[in-house]
Design a protein around this ligand. Structure first.
Ligand code: GLY
Length: 370
């Protein structure tokens, strides 16, 4: 650890985006403190960990950002693993998107990036795939990372090793600004229930689906997702299967993560629902019938931070001194690497012009009312 360059940068949010920001800033010699309310609600612990710009059918600037992040991920993971001494569980396993008809396959937004599969090809890639699926696209370049069990822990350890400090159980109640409008601090409720003012002239907002509670100008709303996992035989499934409404993500040890519902109407309502769990079971039975008999392990839910165009809000914010790393909707795990790189560069003022252009595509200003 080298001596920090100045007053600490405050990261609001201890989820995947907050940790990725803290790690990157600390690697660049900054003192960093992370304010985290409740780790268990972080989307980084909830997501399936797919690295899937192509399988998710992204397009335009968001596809380009996802592809850039996918390129960065091996070196980003290597940094985290070196700093933490822990594996992140990166698995470049490829993802198969199955379709009922060739027309559906050819209309897929990212079809040009995939390898076409007929029924025989599908059966080779996914032995046991359901009868309904006759065509497919294989995206060899997509993959997964074991976010829930490995990446989050490794990132947190890497941050600690680099001198990042954590204030767990701290709820940020309000951003406090100078008369000029610039950030001066946050009003905080500590784990002990005491309210106090914490000076902070530079901060990053990484509060996921809760980000608009601190900055109402941000059009970020929760989209609830329910998930479950099963224990399959090791190696039973090699590829991720990304079906409509349901996807199956096989970890190295045979654990199969099954996701996910998409429930904007649920807002922040907690808990599982019979309809949500039924959707996952039906999707599982359709994609890989034999897996319905595998032993159930866990069921959980979380909240995606949705924006109107389903792309993140990155870089400067309406408040000078506050930067954004928020609103990643379905692609937070994929985009964490590029978010940390670009937003850290913006804070430290060392972005290349091409990187600044990339960041500008995701400015909060695109939603500014005239
Ligand atoms: N990226 C998958 C999901 O949000 O469910």
């Amino acid at each position: 650890m080298t001596a920090a360059k100045g007053p600490a940068i405050t990261v609001l949010g201890g989820g995947l985006m907050g940790l990725a920001m803290a790690h990157q800033l600390a690697r660049r010699g900054e003192a960093v403190r992370v304010l985290s309310r409740r780790r268990s609600e972080a989307a980084g612990f909830v997501a399936a960990g797919m690295l899937a710009p192509h399988a998710e059918g992204l397009s335009g600037d968001l596809l380009a950002l996802g592809q850039a992040s996918l390129q960065l991920i091996p070196s980003w993971v290597a940094q985290i693993e070196a700093d933490s001494g822990l594996s992140c569980g990166l698995r470049p396993c490829g993802i198969v998107v199955p379709f009922a008809t060739p027309a559906e396959r050819d209309a897929y937004p990212t079809a040009a990036f995939g390898q076409r599969l007929d029924r025989r090809g599908l059966e080779q890639e996914i032995p046991g795939i359901g009868e309904r699926w006759q065509e497919g696209l294989l995206f060899e370049q997509d993959g997964q990372i074991d976010n829930r069990r490995r990446l989050m822990r490794a990132l947190e350890r890497a941050c600690v090793e680099l001198g990042v400090t954590f204030q767990e159980g701290s709820q940020v109640l309000e951003l406090v600004c100078e008369p000029t409008g610039a950030l001066s601090g946050v009003r905080l409720r500590s784990a002990e229930g005491e309210e106090h003012h914490l000076p902070a002239e530079r901060a990053v907002l990484a509060c996921g689906a809760w980000s608009a509670q601190l900055l109402p100008q941000l059009p970020i709303a929760p989209v609830k997702g329910q998930m479950l996992s099963l224990q399959g035989p090791r190696q039973a499934l090699r590829r991720v299967i990304f079906g409509p409404g349901t996807y199956l993500v096989p970890r190295q040890d045979g654990l199969l993560v099954v996701g996910a519902t998409s429930e904007p109407e649920a807002c922040f309502s907690e808990g599982l629902t019979p309809a949500g769990q039924r959707q996952l079971q039906e999707g599982l039975a359709s994609l890989l019938p034999e897996a319905s008999a595998w032993p159930p392990m866990e069921r959980w839910w979380g909240f995606r931070p949705h924006t109107p165009d389903e792309a993140p809000l990155l870089g400067t914010s309406p408040i000078p001194g506050l930067w954004l790393a928020a609103g990643h909707h379905r692609n937070g795990v994929l985009l964490a690497a590029i978010t940390a790189e670009l937003v850290a560069g913006a804070i430290l003022g060392d972005l290349e012009p091409a990187e600044q252009d990339q960041l500008n595509n995701f400015s909060w200003r695109r939603f500014e009312r005239n």
